[in-house]
Write a protein of this length. Structure first.
Length: 141
């Protein structure tokens, strides 16, 4: 058994799991926010799609890192460790980005203001996943 393959699969799988959960949370809130706007005859902000889709990028980062780990010369235990922990970190980033995006969608739909502030916070959470990917790529060489 090649335990390095566990890390390769975990890197993509865990980052994608976080993306699915985060996008689901943000998407459900976007739908609820649109419903509130329709009921109140307010303009319906299409920008909520940006919040709903924000957590999806962590899947891409997981895929990029997965390929780096797969092609690296690290021993199998190191591959497993990097993939597992990086996948967990990127997945957590996506999950919490989705939660922040959900609050942002609700606030934007209710007030019609603050998009720049909200997207900034969502982007800051994204930065965690980018750091994990880049620093992990430095580890695997």
């Amino acid at each position: 058994m090649n335990i390095g393959m566990i890390g390769i699969a975990a890197c993509l799988g865990l980052s994608a799991l976080g993306s699915a959960l985060g996008a689901g949370i943000a998407g459900m809130t976007a739908i609820g926010s649109w419903k509130k706007c329709f009921l109140q005859n307010k303009p319906v902000p299409f920008l909520l799609v940006a919040f709903a889709g924000a957590p999806l990028t962590q899947t891409i980062y997981g895929f990029i890192l997965m390929n780096q780990i797969k092609g690296s010369s690290l021993d199998e235990i190191a591959k497993m460790a990097v993939g597992l922990f990086a996948g967990l970190a990127m997945g957590a980033s996506a999950l919490y980005q989705g939660k922040a995006a959900a609050y942002a969608a609700d606030a934007l739909a209710e007030t019609g203001q603050g998009f720049g502030n909200y997207i900034l916070v969502v982007g800051l959470i994204e930065t965690v996943a980018l750091f994990v990917m880049v620093f992990s790529m430095g580890l695997v060489g």
